[in-house]
Write a protein that binds this ligand. Sequence first.
Ligand code: AMP
Ligand code: MG
Length: 430
Amino acid sequence: MDSCSQPELLPVNQAIALMLEAITPITDTESVDLAASLDRVLAAPIYSAINVPGHDNSAMDGYAFLYADAANNTPLRLAGHALAGHPFKGELKTGECVRIMTGAVVPAGTDTVVMQENVNITGDKIDINPLPKPEANIRRAGEDIAIDSLVFETGKRISPIDIGLLASLGIAELNVFKRIKVAVFSTGDELKPLTQTLQAGDNLQVGEVYDSNRPTLIALLSRLAVDVIDLGCIADDPEKIADAFESAIAQADVVISSGGVSVGDADYTKPVLEKLGNINFWKVAMKPGKPFAFGALRKKTSGEGHKKNSAEQKGWFFGLPGNPVSSVVTYHQLVVPALRYLAGEVFEDAPVLSIATQTPLKKQPGRADYQRGKLITDDGENKVTTTGNQSSGVLSSLAQANCYLVLEQERASVAAGEKVNVVLFDRFLQ
Ligand code: AMP
Ligand code: MG
């Protein structure tokens, strides 16, 4: 039931705050090659040992000269060439210039480059017209990155561009936090796992559904550079659920399950989890995805996993609702921040845009809606629309979307033309 009269509902930002408060980020580190560092999280700051660019160099094809020599419009004598990778090695006398190509080191004794289009050549003499400003067309040593400057702080997740930047500094190896081990399983008697032995005619029986949450979650987790342990589908059977959890905790730092956390099913997982750790079954004030479980699981002290010597080893548990859209949205909104934090990443909240919706949006006050929408720019104007059926089982309206339309907890239905908060899907979802 959606209504304002659900005092036990936990707002999304409070749920995230409670999780981050409970979690201690990983401290174990390892060294990886730059080429293997994509999506990993830096465990130490990076300072530049060099200037980038390393030397003053030309931004143009043209001529390098000393500005004072050309100030009274006397022609300059060509004394040599400077090419990228082949600096001019001679010594310049007063009134001399050097033919220079883009990227070539600016020769000693020159301070200005004129582009070749503004030069007239007669024999070995050049006339400059018009004269550029003093010190024009030179890219200064260190203007991109200065020697000894801080390039990235601890907690930076490495992007493809970062790899380019680090390569430009000659950094071949990085100190990063170890990968978190995440065990994933689905619960539900109705679930049929996709296996290679599944034949075309091997149809679903009445009441069966293919397990779509687990492949989705495993694909989503690949964006976080964690090690995934796939524990398959588990039947709604207390013993089997207990076995699955024990096996998961033994192998992993984090256990993510889907299904069985709503009121009807909680009976199965709740008593099991009470024995294995300290789990909260939350009703989060979000739609889709009200039921959500989070807490600590006790690890056996046999030396498995990270932090071998700590007195109380903990694993973390995230229980997602079974409905496919709910499981994706709760994973993205609640689990991703927790996993990023656990992985040592330092990150900002996603930017929020305010855009008028083109379509009316149905809503009841009581929970924050994360409706699935499409943002387009049409004739210079940003427009959002709903992607249709917003039921928590309808994965197709999520697949068509590129953003959430986040409707505040107390808001009711929204008319076309009203502004709504739009949060673009980020790389952890797309
Ligand atoms: P539950 O949260 O276990 O009550 O499940 C809610 C709904 O989600 C039910 O319709 C389930 O059949 C469906 N569901 C649960 N787990 C999965 C899964 N792994 N893949 C697809 N649908 C699921
Ligand atoms: Mg179920």
